[in-house]
Design a binder for this molecule. Structure first.
Ligand SMILES: [Zn+2]
Length: 462
């Protein structure tokens, strides 16, 4: 069975379930409606997650959904992204609400722990995997806290939904063909009650002190963290990314605004100044150990600063962005995993952040006719056989990028050239093996896997 057929079947099941809910909602009262909606969301979510292959998107979907107590009165519901609940004598506070397809399960499991009113919902940032459950939790007088930039981040994410969906489907081909139209699953605007800025935001509930800190940078301009000074617990959302410590993702492949490196360094300095004993990110498990946490935060800050400063230095010395992408590496004392954020892409993003897209390398950069437009002519002049022979030579010398460049010229003239496609397949597989053995960056691996699949389909005549 092809993947397409699988998705079609799953889509049909989801539609049937949603129709069934629609019928239920017509006959039931408010409470019944809510219960049925949540139950259906749970079933729909489980179907969606089972349709995902094992080895994609960093494997987040394989994390079991369960609740554990991280500290007295502090609970975590795990999954693709976590929902956190802090219980007080005057009601509960949530930090992040998970992805819509798992949120109903989070609601059920956390309500079993405490069914007290939800006084505050704090959203770490505007990404879909953190705000999906807010709609199920929010009560009439719940205060919804987010960053001042949250509304702007949501605005452009919503306006660019088709653009980003197409790109995400290249990385994650198991995604449905179109964005969800069902209003419970669709990404949509969340109205906030409190917008946090550099002044941060503090409140006390049931004698627990809550400090909401503005920590923009590595996952967007609207990142906030929650600090519980009495418990010395920091909820970091995605401010530090899914792995700790890791090199930050100041560039994201699906195409979001470039992320601000110096703002991120300032955010890290703010966190280093705290005396954190437990670090609770919104993906994966909590991290403990004061020294360990401080060392990790310092390492991330210093590595980001290093890459930033080296990029600036190279720009001032007149080096090209490509030279700097190849040249700038983390020194051994600043080594960090690049599974999420990749140093060479950060270099390019920092360049773009300061200098945008015109590189003063060629007049043609300024005009809407890319070099690709003359590839077919070049291929005809050189002859496809000569180009394939050249590509093969580069491939044998392990000059993988030169191989791909030459192949792009051939394939512009002859998109089904079997010899060229076979070399491209070998080159992409070699790049994937290199990626796995090197930075092991998840986006790079997902992208290469997709390019390999497309090349195999073209070779098979599909
Ligand atoms: Zn996330």
């Amino acid at each position: 069975m092809s993947k397409q057929a699988g998705i079609g079947k799953i889509g049909a099941m989801v539609i049937l379930l949603l129709v069934a809910v629609g019928v239920w909602l017509l006959v039931g009262g408010e409470e019944v409606k809510k219960a049925v909606t949540l139950k259906t969301m749970e079933v729909v979510g489980n179907i969606a997650i089972r349709s995902m292959p094992d080895d994609v998107a960093g494997g987040f979907h394989k994390i079991p959904v369960e609740v554990k107590a991280l500290a007295p009165d502090v609970y975590q519901a795990s999954g693709i992204a976590n929902t956190h609940m802090i219980v007080t004598s005057e009601g509960n506070v949530l930090f992040d609400t998970g992805i819509a397809i798992q949120a109903a399960q989070h609601v059920r499991l956390l309500k079993e722990v405490s069914d007290a009113p939800i006084k505050y919902i704090i959203l770490s940032h505007s990404h879909a995997d953190h705000i999906g459950g807010a709609q199920f939790w929010r009560e009439d007088d719940t205060v919804l806290v987010a960053h001042r930039e949250f509304a702007e981040e949501q605005r452009y994410l919503i306006e660019l939904t088709p653009f980003q969906w197409r790109r995400n489907r290249i990385l994650f081909p198991w995604m449905p063909e179109e964005p969800a139209t069902n209003k419970l699953l669709a990404y949509k605007k969340v109205e906030t009650s409190v917008d946090v800025d550099e002044a941060d935001y503090r409140f006390i509930l049931g004698r627990t002190v809550f400090e909401v800190l503005s920590t923009p940078g590595a996952e967007g301009a609207d990142n906030i963290s929650l600090w519980l000074p009495q418990k010395k617990i920091l909820f970091s959302g995605d401010t530090l990314g899914p792995l700790f410590p890791q090199f930050p993702n100041v560039f994201t492949m699906r195409g979001e605004k470039v992320r601000a490196p110096i703002e991120y360094i300032n955010s890290l300095n703010k966190l280093i100044a705290l005396d954190i004993e437990m670090l609770v990110p919104s993906h994966h498990s909590a991290i403990t150990g004061k020294e360990n946490i401080r060392a990790g935060l310092t390492l991330i800050r210093d590595a980001t600063q290093y890459v930033h400063d080296e990029t600036i230095k190279g720009m001032n010395e007149g080096k090209t962005v490509y030279a700097l992408m190849a040249e700038i590496k983390l020194p051994p004392e600043l080594a960090l995993t690049q599974e999420h954020g990749k140093v060479s892409w950060a270099v390019r993003s920092i360049w773009d952040y300061y200098a945008t897209w015109f590189h003063f390398e060629s007049t043609t950069e300024l005009y809407p006719v890319p070099v690709r437009d003359v590839y077919a002519e070049l291929a005809q002049m050189a002859g496809p056989e000569a180009l394939v022979a050249k590509a093969l030579q580069h491939w044998q010398n392990h000059e993988l990028m030169k191989t791909l460049h030459i192949l792009e010229v051939v394939l512009a003239a002859e998109p089904n050239n079997k010899a060229a496609l076979n070399i491209r397949l070998d080159t992409l597989n070699a790049l994937l093996e290199e990626a796995k053995a090197g930075d092991d960056n998840n986006y790079e691996k997902d992208y290469l896997r997709r390019r390999i699949a497309i090349t195999e389909e073209t070779l098979a005549g599909g």
